[in-house]
Ligand binder design. Sequence first.
Ligand code: LLP
Length: 426
Amino acid sequence: MDHFQLRNGELHAEDVPLSRIAEEVGTPVYVYSRATLERHARVFREGLEPVAKASGKEPLVAFAVKSNPNVAVLKVLSREGFGADVVSGGELVRALTAGIPADKIVFSGVGKTRTELQLGLEKKIGQFNIESSEEGRELAELAASQGLEAQATLRINPDVDAKTHEKISTGRAENKFGIPLVRAREVFGELANLPGLNLRGVAVHIGSQLLDLEPLETAFAKVGKLVADLRADGHTITHVDLGGGLGVPYKASENPPSPAEYGAMVARATEGWDVHLTFEPGRVIAGNAGVLLTRVVRVKRGGNGPPFVIVDAAMNDLARPAMYGAWHDFDAVVPVGDKMMANIVGPICETGDTFATDREIDALQSGELAVFRTAGAYGATMASSYNSRGFVPEVLVDGEQFAVVADRIPADAIMDAERVPDFLLD
Ligand code: LLP
């Protein structure tokens, strides 16, 4: 359920007609709905109630900041009690800026630099998810040299096929993430007694946009077995991080498991573990809480196929279709009822700048507004300035009001950071 609905023939974000945002802020523009973010946060938390009940411990829900790092969005989730899963120093600073307490911040990522590890230590974050023995030793040494102790888990790679797009699958043996399960006990043993490190559990994340719970359940079963083995080895295991990955419906035919179904599965899979659980959802919280609002530049007659509906948004603004062949529903802001077949494309000079091919859409003409739906996760954050296009602004709607929560960064502002060196001057 989201709050982008037709009212009196016009698509609204909550109580705000999208045409008003287009007029005041221009297009393309990302539009987020506060009520939708809050709803998704609550539904996710409620889904985990059986887990909280079974374990007797309140789980930590750490929003995957990579999916939508806008500080205002993080603020909404912080007010919902969410923590943050970060993968860079930049994300860490954003989470803190949004008011997320340091002890609710989890630092994931396969290539944390020494500077980033240091930043995490300084800010006293709640947990580092370590991805290699090399990283574990570096973190331990860094912490010990300052008389600190880093709280950490070891991320394992369970070698499970998440059955999602290969570029967003992270839990197969050939992926770069985590410690292979077969080496987990050995690496855990190697790191467990290092001064400066409190290695207190394990972490797992097998991929994103999962439409089936079965691979997750398989991975969690492997984690459960590992927890028992580690305890048998004499380690104290108090924390397990189960990652993110729950999918969202990009189109009507997709029917991802609900947070309630996910929660029931987790409660079953983690029965008797007696640990503090952490979750790192991103897309399921932010995906359907945002749209990319765009204006049709013109409609160009096609070659042999349907016409090209050329919109002012492009692959630099919303990269997912070009990168993963992803589907985003495309709807007119003021649908007239007629339909047309179209190829939806952006203005960028490569054929990859295609949002949809041979798609039946609301009939649209030059100058009219439309949205790409489910653009609240992995949308604005993956933008680039390719073709010297600026960065798209972001707007947050709250009932009848809205605010620009990220300015448009025009192409000339990006150019201002460049300079011609003396040796090229005439
Ligand atoms: N935790 C870790 C360690 C992750 O790597 C990710 C996502 C998440 C949590 C959040 O996963 P989610 O709940 O959002 O599925 N750019 C791609 C998605 C990349 C996901 C990377 N990792 C896309 O647009 O589909």
